[in-house]
Design a protein around this ligand. Structure first.
Ligand code: SAM
Ligand code: SF4
Length: 375
C-alpha cells in the first residue's frame, strides 16, 4: 500500500462503489442540462479512485469558490473598487455540481464552500442540498463572513451543511467597520447565534491579524472568547496576493509573535491534539472550554499534510493557494469533454500539485486576489 509523506498508509487505491443499488442516479439526470448550446451528459455511476500528487499526498479536500463577489471589502482581501467577473464566466450550478461529482469520483470527500462571499450566490441553499447528496461527499462546510447567516444558517443546515467558519477580526465595532470597509459587527453576531442554534458546530472564527491594527488587545479579546465557549478562534497570518500584496507583506504578524502576545496575558498555551492535516495548529488557554488555532502559512507552512485543491468560481482547479498553477476545467467541460476525460484532467492536474510556496524567496501569486480563490 502506498504511504504519504507522513509515513502513514493512504487509503486503498480502489474503493469500489456500486454503480447501482445504493447510488440513486435520479439526481444525476438533472445534470442533463443545456448550458448555452452545450449539453452536459449525465455523470455516470462511478468507482471511486483516490487521487494523489507526485509527493504521495492524497488529494481529498476541495475548496470551491461559489462567487468572486462579496458584500464586504476587507482591506487585506481586495481593493474597494474590485471588478468582479461577469456571470457567464462563472460556473453555473450544473457545471459546479458536475465538477464536484468528478472530484468525488476521485476520492474528494471533504468540500468547503467559500468565495468571495458564498452566501450571496443566488440559490445557495439548493446548491448545498445537491452537493450534500453526491455520493462520496461526507463533509460539507462553508467559510463565510456571517453577515447573511441570521437568515440562512437554518436553511443551510437543513440542506446538509455541517459546519461554518465565520470570519471576525476584532470585537470592536468601529474597527470591524474599518477593516471590512462596509460591515456592521451586529450582523455577524446575529449570524454566529443563528449558526449555533442551527447546529453548525463547532463554531470556528477566522481572524486575520494585521500589524498595528488588531495584533494587540483585539487578539486578546478574541482569544478570551474561548475561555467560556467551546469555539475555536483561529488567528491567520496575512498572505500576499494580487493587487493588495504590498499592504499584506508589510503588515504580516508571525505565528510566534501572536503566540507571545497571547501568552503574555493568559500564560503558556497548552498544545491540543493535532492531526497534521488541518492548516490550523490547535492550542488551549489553560482551563478554557474552546481552543485557539494558528494558521502560519507564511512563516511556518504546513505543506506536508496538504490534501487540498481549490476550484475557482470560473472553473479553474488551483493546485496551491499561494501559487499560480491552475488547470482550466470549465473550458473543456463546456467543449463537451466526457466524464472520463474530465476525471483525467483533474487527476493529472492534482498529480502536479506543487509541494509548497516560495514566499520566503519573494515569489508570490499575483494572478488572483484572495476573493477570487477563496482562502
Ligand atoms: N467571504 C468569506 C469570509 O470572509 O469568510 C469567505 C472568503 S474569504 C477570502 C476566506 C478567508 O480568507 C477569510 O477567513 C478571510 O479572512 C481570509 N483572508 C482573506 N484575505 C486574506 C489574506 N490576504 N491573508 C490571509 N487570509 C485572508
Ligand atoms: Fe469578502 Fe471574505 Fe474577502 Fe472579506 S475576506 S472581502 S468578507 S471575500
Amino acid at each position: 500500500m502506498p504511504t504519504n509523506m507522513r509515513g502513514t498508509p493512504n487509503s486503498p487505491a480502489h474503493v469500489a462503489v456500486p454503480t447501482s443499488g445504493p447510488i440513486d442516479l435520479a439526481p444525476v439526470q438533472a445534470y442533463r442540462t443545456t448550458l448555452g448550446n452545450v449539453n452536459i451528459a449525465p455523470a455516470p455511476g462511478y468507482t471511486i479512485e483516490p487521487m494523489h500528487d507526485s509527493y504521495g499526498r492524497r488529494i481529498n479536500y476541495m475548496r470551491i469558490s461559489l462567487t468572486d463577489a462579496c458584500n464586504l471589502r476587507c482591506v487585506y482581501c481586495m481593493p474597494e473598487n474590485m471588478k468582479f467577473r461577469p456571470r457567464h464566466e462563472l460556473m453555473s450550478d450544473e457545471e459546479l455540481l458536475y465538477l464536484v461529482r468528478v472530484g468525488a469520483s476521485l476520492g474528494v470527500n471533504k468540500i468547503r464552500l467559500t468565495g468571495g462571499e458564498p452566501t450571496i450566490r443566488p440559490g445557495v441553499v439548493e446548491l448545498v442540498r445537491q452537493i450534500a447528496v453526491i455520493p462520496g461527499v461526507d463533509d460539507l462546510a462553508m467559510t463565510t463572513n456571517g453577515i447573511l447567516l441570521d437568515e440562512l444558517a437554518g436553511p443551510l443546515a437543513e440542506a446538509g451543511l455541517t459546519r461554518v467558519n465565520i470570519s471576525l477580526d476584532t470585537l470592536d465595532a468601529d474597527k470591524f467597520h474599518q477593516i471590512t470597509r462596509w460591515g456592521h459587527i451586529e450582523d455577524v453576531w446575529r449570524g454566529i447565534d443563528a449558526a449555533e442554534a442551527a447546529g453548525l458546530r463547532p463554531i470556528k472564527l477566522n481572524s486575520v491579524v494585521t500589524r498595528n491594527f488588531n495584533d494587540g488587545d483585539d487578539m486578546i479579546e478574541m482569544a478570551r472568547l474561548t475561555v467560556d465557549r467551546d469555539w475555536e478562534v483561529r488567528f491567520i497570518e496575512m498572505m500576499p496576493f494580487g493587487e493588495v500584496s504590498d499592504f499584506q507583506q508589510t503588515n504580516v504578524v508571525s505565528f510566534s509573535e501572536m503566540r507571545h502576545t497571547i501568552e503574555a496575558v493568559f500564560g503558556p498555551l497548552e498544545e491540543a491534539s493535532y492531526d497534521f492535516v488541518d492548516p490550523s495548529r490547535p492550542f488551549r488557554i489553560a482551563g478554557a472550554k474552546g481552543t485557539l488555532g494558528f494558521i502560519s502559512s507564511v512563516t511556518e507552512p504546513f505543506c506536508q499534510g496538504c490534501g487540498r485543491v481549490r476550484l475557482t468560481a470560473d472553473g479553474k482547479l488551483r493546485l496551491c493557494l499561494l501559487r499560480e498553477d491552475e488547470v482550466d476545467l470549465l473550458t473543456p467541460l463546456r467543449s463537451g469533454a466526457s466524464f472520463e476525460e474530465m476525471r483525467v484532467l483533474m487527476r493529472e492536474g492534482a498529480f502536479h500539485k506543487p509541494w509548497g510556496h516560495s514566499l520566503s524567496s519573494g515569489v508570490f501569486a499575483e494572478n488572483r486576489a484572495m476573493n477570487q480563490i477563496g482562502g
